[in-house]
Design a protein around this ligand. Structure first.
Ligand SMILES: [Zn+2]
Length: 86
């Protein structure tokens, strides 16, 4: 599995409070595969959800796992184009 780190296009210095997870169908479940997570402040939760929806993914807003210094808009992408799901 590869992990790619990216950022959303907006610039924001807000504190990260939410992890907006993006799921795609796998194994017959609509949310079978966690593909990516965007870390955002309260003002950008909707921005992140729209971003994932536009990519055909199902957004799920979770609380950020712990207080952290991740900047708003940071993305961790778990999608690996070299692996085909069974
Ligand atoms: Zn923000």
């Amino acid at each position: 599995m590869s992990i790619t780190f990216g950022t959303m296009p907006h610039i924001c210095t807000g504190g990260v409070t939410a992890a907006v997870e993006a799921y795609s169908p796998a194994g017959g479940l609509a949310h079978g595969s966690l593909d990516a997570t965007a870390y955002v402040c309260p003002a950008h939760v909707d921005t992140a959800r729209t971003m994932w929806t536009d990519q055909g993914l199902m957004p799920f807003t979770a609380q950020a796992a712990k207080p952290n210094t991740t900047r708003c808009g940071a993305i961790t992408d778990f999608r690996d184009s070299t692996v085909t799901p069974a």
